[in-house]
Design a protein around this ligand. Sequence first.
Ligand code: P1T
Length: 386
Amino acid sequence: MKKKMRFATKAIHAGLDPDPATGAVMTPIYQTTTYAQARPGDHKGFEYSRSGNPTRSALEKNLAALENAHFGLAFASGLAAIDACIRLLNPGDEVISTNNLYGGTYRQFTQIHDRYGVKFHFTGMDRVDQILPLISNNTKMLWVETPTNPTMNIIDIKAFAQVAKENDLILVVDNTFSSPYLQNPLDLGAGIVMHSVTKYIGGHSDVVMGFLALNDEALHKELKFIQNSAGAVCGPMDAFLALRGIKTLHLRMQRHCENGSKVAHWLRKHDRVDNVYWPGFEDHPNHAVAKAQMKGFGGMISFSLKGDQLEEAFELVSRLQVFTLAESLGGVESLAGHPATMTHASIPKEERAKTGITDSLIRLSVGIEDADDLIEDLEQAFSALP
Ligand code: P1T
């Protein structure tokens, strides 16, 4: 990199050079498992594609640059990247995690890593003092997601980074809902940034992938060892698709934010709607923090219905025609989901209730279509409700 580049330039160029063999401008898909050696150990930097692959390498450099990180590691899925982070810990170690988070992360923590002796505490993280009573000598990691999935709580990364520093804890921030375009947690003091690349970074709902970005060299060495030894790497074709998606990340995010704002404001005025969760509202409890740490408020919105009837929520999401009822988020197309029975079904009902995941809660991933078509779609679905 010749000079310090801005986001859009980095998205298109960082870590990407024309292919040394042919001059190909777009990173080739190195669909190979292995690499010829002239003599044992005498090779061109690649030995076996689990340990390293040129297409994956290009993606790792590119995405690390977008998080202002020295190092990046790509995994087979977001959950595989999360798994690698927890494998840094030992039996007896404790993690303090936000209690509002992706259901699959909760399931991995409580049904896999818990069995191997890592203990998880779940708490609200609206204020930093909520975690202080949970810190002990065994605490090793803070797990933050912001905005949280699905109720868009905002967690103050700088404040939690300060506590992590004072107590020698690794602060991991799941930055999936923001994408590197809206928020860069390492700049705010986080130790590791985690992404489900499956979402905004890939952007086209055609790749499942995870990513970790960090600056600490020793930690990177450990994580690279885990990546190779546990083996949950992404394939070269997926790395290529992610690179292709990244080239328009900034443009897509701008439109997601614009459309998100329009849909959130429209929902708020609807008389069947109870709460609307979106960090762009001035009366969102942590709006000021969102404003300080994010470049925009994103395209993820959740809302609940007056009366909180599951049947009514089912009826509404089933009548949508432009929004597709589906798991996942962050693609160009708009999706609607029902967290209590879909993405967050693996969290017990009592736990869900504590964080606002009620029976009528509906989550929207607002895409980059024409906002008026999205609003008209919601309008027709609402008007058909009994
Ligand atoms: O699906 P995967 O790439 O393994 O990523 C898991 C993950 C991690 N973190 C957050 C914040 C996520 O939202 C996800 C995946 N989420 C969904 C599939 C969803 O619909 O919420």
